[in-house]
Design a protein around this ligand. Structure first.
Ligand SMILES: C[S@@+](CC[C@H](N)C(=O)[O-])C[C@H]1O[C@@H](n2cnc3c(N)ncnc32)[C@H](O)[C@@H]1O
Length: 370
């Protein structure tokens, strides 16, 4: 599906200045080493192996209220920023847990990409509404394209050339998997930037590095957690100091009961914001999940949604509710919204920062033709 928008010349925009130390071999090819690929595979295998739960199994999960709370946060983001008729790019879409949310927002087109083959298979089943006795059956009104691939390695602008531009991009609980190397972090942002229309919105959720580092520093050793999660850093970070000049590859092991058990990477949000600015984004807001919940629970429609989803119980005395341990896990995450401010092409941007400007820029350069 190709959707048109007025083409703009990029030459009216000056080159962005990078605050980052660049990959010495850096150019738009983003070379990857073997260990990076091995970790990406580990993450993919972990999610691929997670089977779809029955509704009964889901309700019995020790983190069921946290799952409902996270669904509420994603629903609020989608209701705030998706518009009727939007084309949606869902990066790291998983099993398609947000399909119903997008349907409620009356979007017109959906592309979901994820690295985990098993999750994409479940996503397809859920989208088709067939043979899935585990979940609620549902037929979706919008056409969808589902792809399996590494969103932080592949040039999605090429793969999705006929689907772009998108009005909104969502990357829920996954952006941190791109911060294993600068190359992957850049590829992630370059992909989103290249595929969103100017004025388009990028919404997401990811771990809050400030909270994680604070908890690490408060811990006696290199691990901390509670009955539903633990986080473990390697001894290489035993001084618990993290330099802004090398913000990529800060790995930890994350375990969340009935959900996650794989390596993850710290994303210092102020640096994520700076890097995103290089790719033509402007920060609309970032909020820790606790702040997000407090703020949007003040709105009657979202309070009602919270009641319906049952994250905090449904108001009846005998209903179970979010445990303090689950609430502590919620605090580990933040929600962000970025806006694509200009018609800057992300891949051009990379050329700018690597001083290869003249080699890749023709006189009448446009976003669409790159
Ligand atoms: C915590 S799950 C979130 C799934 C979905 N966004 C949601 O909110 O339900 C993280 C997802 O990120 C995906 N993922 C991790 N690394 C990825 C990569 N390099 N490319 C694409 N997907 C990736 C995993 O396969 C997994 O489905």
């Amino acid at each position: 599906m190709k959707r048109g928008y007025p083409e703009s010349l990029s030459s009216s925009l000056g080159p962005p200045q990078s605050r980052f130390k660049h990959n010495p071999q850096g150019d738009a090819q983003f070379p990857e080493d073997e260990s990076t690929k091995i970790f990406a595979r580990k993450v993919a295998d972990h999610y691929s192996a997670r089977t779809n739960q029955t509704l009964e199994e889901r309700e019995a999960s020790p983190i069921i209220h946290l799952k409902k709370l996270n669904n509420w946060i994603k629903s609020v983001l989608i209701q705030l920023y998706a518009r009727k008729g939007d084309a949606v790019l869902d990066l790291a879409c998983g099993k398609g847990g947000d399909l119903i949310k997008w349907d409620k927002a009356k979007v017109e087109y959906y592309v979901g990409v994820d690295i985990a083959e098993g999750s994409m298979e479940d996503c397809r089943t859920r989208y088709n509404g067939d043979a899935d006795h585990h979940q609620r059956r549902k037929k979706f009104t919008f056409p969808a394209r589902l792809l399996c691939g590494d969103c932080f390695e592949v040039r999605l602008d090429k793969v999705l050339a006929n689907d772009a531009p998108f009005d909104i991009c969502s990357c829920q609980f996954a952006m941190h998997y791109s911060w294993s190397t600068e190359a992957r972090a850049r590829r992630a942002l370059a992909n989103v930037s290249a595929l969103l229309r100017p004025g388009g919105t990028f919404i997401g959720t990811m771990p809050d590095a400030n909270v994680i580092i604070k908890k690490l520093r408060e811990a006696e050793g290199m691990a901390f957690g509670n009955s539903v999660y633990w986080i473990q850093f390697d001894e290489e970070f035993s001084d618990k100091k993290f330099k802004s000049s090398s913000p990529f590859g800060i790995k930890y092991k994350f375990h969340l009961e009935d959900a996650v058990d794989c390596p993850e990477w710290i994303v210092p949000f102020h640096l994520f914001k700076s890097l995103a600015e290089e790719y033509g984004f402007e920060l609309v807001f970032v909020k820790n999940s606790h702040e997000f919940v407090h703020e949007y629970m003040k709105r009657p429609e979202f309070l009602e949604l919270m009641r319906r989803l049952g994250a905090l119980g449904d108001g009846n005395q005998d209903q179970t509710t979010l445990s303090p341990e689950e609430w502590e896990v919620a605090y580990l995450y933040l929600a962000f919204v970025l806006k694509k401010v200009g018609p800057i092409c992300s891949y051009l941007c990379i050329c700018y920062v690597h001083h290869a400007f003249s080699s890749c820029l023709s006189n009448s350069f446009t976003i669409r033709s790159y």
